[in-house]
Design a protein around this ligand. Structure first.
Ligand SMILES: NC(=O)c1ccc[n+]([C@@H]2O[C@H](COP(=O)([O-])OP(=O)(O)OC[C@H]3O[C@@H](n4cnc5c(N)ncnc54)[C@H](OP(=O)(O)O)[C@@H]3O)[C@@H](O)[C@H]2O)c1
Length: 155
C-alpha cells in the first residue's frame, strides 16, 4: 500500500521557507496523528523535506530522494521515486509518502490512498500541494479531530 500523508491549510499550502522546520503552522494534534500513523513504517521524502526536518524520525525507516549524494548513514538514499516504487512493488510493507511538493506531485498518480489533514485557516508560505483533480484519488471519508479534519482519499 502506498499512502500519501500530508497536512494542508484551506489554501492547500503545505510549507514555508520562513520557518526552521519548513512548516507554516504548529499543530500538535496533527503532529501526533502523523507520528501514530507513520510509526514503524517506511517514509519516503524529498531531500529538501528531510533537510527541513533535520534528522530521521525515530522508529521509522527513512528513504530520501535526491539527484545528488548524501553523506548521512542514518537514512537510505535513492535517486528517483520510481526506483523506490520498483523496490517495493512486491512487498507487503506500507510506504508512506511524506512530501514535499515535488514528491507529492510524482506520487499522486500511483498512491493507493491519501491521508490529508485539513488545517483550518490560511497561512503565510510558499509551497502548495499539487492539484489532485487528475490523480484518480477520491474523497471517501472525513474524520473530525479537535483542531483539524482528516480527509481520507482512496483510488
Ligand atoms: N505540510 C506537510 O504535510 C508537508 C510535508 C512535507 C513537506 N512539506 C513542505 O514542503 C516543502 C518542501 O517541498 P519541495 O517540493 O520544495 O521539496 P522536496 O520535495 O522535499 O524535495 C525536493 C528535492 O527532492 C529531490 N527530488 C525530487 N524529485 C526527484 C526525482 N524524481 N529524482 C531525484 N530526486 C528528486 C531533489 O533533491 P536534490 O535537489 O538533492 O537533487 C529535489 O530538489 C517544505 O516547505 C516542507 O516543509 C510539507
Amino acid at each position: 500500500m502506498i499512502t500519501i500523508i500530508v497536512a494542508v491549510d484551506e489554501s492547500n499550502l503545505i510549507g514555508t521557507s520562513n520557518s526552521a522546520n519548513g512548516m507554516a503552522w504548529h499543530n500538535k494534534e496533527d503532529f501526533q496523528h502523523f507520528k501514530q500513523t507513520t510509526l514503524h513504517h517506511t517514509l519516503v521524502m524529498g531531500r529538501k523535506t528531510y533537510e527541513a526536518i533535520g534528522r530521521p524520525l525515530p522508529q521509522r525507516h527513512t528513504i530520501v530522494i535526491t539527484r545528488g549524494e548524501m553523506d548521512d548513514d542514518r537514512v537510505e538514499v535513492r535517486h528517483s521515486l520510481d526506483e523506490v516504487l520498483d523496490e517495493f512493488k512486491n512487498s507487503d510493507e506500507d510506504l508512506m509518502i511524506c512530501g514535499g511538493a515535488s514528491i507529492y506531485k510524482q506520487a499522486l498518480g500511483v498512491a493507493n490512498r491519501m491521508l490529508l489533514s485539513r488545517i483550518p485557516g490560511k497561512h503565510d508560505g510558499d509551497t502548495y500541494f499539487p492539484d489532485i483533480k487528475q490523480s484518480g484519488l477520491r474523497l471517501s471519508e472525513k474524520k473530525p479531530f479537535d483542531t483539524f479534519t482528516l480527509e481520507i482519499y482512496e483510488r
